[in-house]
Design a protein around this ligand. Structure first.
Ligand code: ATP
Ligand code: MG
Length: 318
């Protein structure tokens, strides 16, 4: 569905792209340790922490993917007035990403902490607020991205449902005239009318139109397109790959993963590569295929893998 030669020429264009990612910023924290005993205080294991790592998550992981692939990357969102907010901003700058953050004193920076021992996750601890942004903060966010929107080739909306993507934000983005690529949250389905394309996974697609399980993916996709008034849609199907809808045409793209270790973040990689490829001259089928190769690679890596342009081209067979 894409030749090596085309992949090479498309990926070569990535370095000239400028992309704005906007959405729910998350700080992903990992505590790696060992368990040797049960606590005397309660019947729970005691984890001795060996190492601690932090990564950009949520919308900032989408931006990280885009920056690793060589494009100029802006990430817009909301953080709290806290240490984690500063940490996240610094992480982004380290990765060559320009942060456009609004500080909200009424919410913490979203943080997800995983405690991992004996090669498995024992616990996840979330600190977050899922309240919709106040009109005042929402306005500040729009003001912040306004001067950047004119400079970018496309906008990626990475909606994790933590309240940053509001009607006001979406109306502004759609009014900018730039292509808008959305990784959606079903509860915000109504906000996505008239976007360029969205990339729900199977579960999200079914939730968007309240489809029951017996309904075929093809039918669900058609209903989504009709309700949003859009003519392209990409539904990701986990180990079954993806379904690309273009007008009346539906194409199934089989999954490419050789080994599967960790499927988290695969959806972030899909929307990142789809956007860059489309803006670099790919047709929709080429862009989707390339994003499918990219996702097949990241699910085979432990932790959040950063994909480089060379590695991406190498995934496409001669
Ligand atoms: N088990 C798997 N085997 C092979 N490929 C996979 C597997 N899981 C995911 N993929 C690849 O990743 C893509 C996106 O996966 P999926 O549909 O699970 O998205 P998602 O649920 O949005 O992911 P995320 O956890 O990042 O939100 C798929 O289209 C496929 O290319
Ligand atoms: Mg997803």
């Amino acid at each position: 569905m894409i030749t090596k030669e085309r992949a090479l020429s498309i990926v070569n264009g990535f370095k000239d792209r400028k992309i704005l990612v906007i959405g729910d910023l998350i700080l992903d924290r990992y505590l790696w340790g060992d368990v040797e005993r049960i606590s005397p205080e309660a019947p729970v294991p005691v984890v001795e922490v060996r190492e601690e790592t932090v990564n950009p998550g949520g919308a900032s992981n989408v931006g990280w993917n885009i920056a690793s692939l060589g494009a100029e990357t802006y990430i817009a969102g909301v953080i709290g007035e806290d240490h984690n907010g500063e940490l996240l901003e610094n992480l982004l700058r380290e990765k060559n990403i320009i942060p456009l953050t609004v500080k909200d004193q009424n919410r913490p920076t979203t943080e997800k902490t995983r405690i991992i021992a004996v090669s498995q996750q024992l616990l996840r601890i979330d600190r977050e607020s899922k309240n919709r942004l106040s009109p005042e903060v929402s306005k500040r966010l729009v003001e912040m991205v306004k001067p950047v929107v004119d400079r970018v080739d496309a906008i990626v909306v990475s909606d994790y449902g933590k309240g940053v993507i509001t009607a006001e934000v979406m109306d502004f983005l759609k009014g900018s005239g730039k292509p808008v690529f959305v990784d959606p949250k079903p509860s915000n389905f109504g906000l996505y009318k008239g976007i360029t394309i969205m990339t729900p996974n199977r579960k999200e697609a079914y939730q968007c139109v309240k489809a029951d399980r017996e309904e075929a993916v093809e039918e669900v996709g058609r209903r989504i397109m009709e309700e949003l008034g859009i003519d392209t849609l990409l539904i990701t199907l986990g180990k079954e790959g993806m379904a690309l809808f273009e007008g009346d045409r539906v194409v199934r793209i089989p999954a490419r993963a050789k080994k599967v270790f960790d499927v988290t973040g695969a959806g972030d990689t899909v929307v990142a590569v789809l956007t860059l490829a489309r803006l670099s001259g790919a047709n929709w089928l080429e862009a989707a295929s390339l994003s499918n190769y990219a996702a097949g690679y990241v699910v085979g890596e432990i932790g959040t893998a950063s994909l480089t342009p060379d590695r991406l081209v190498a995934l496409v067979p001669e």
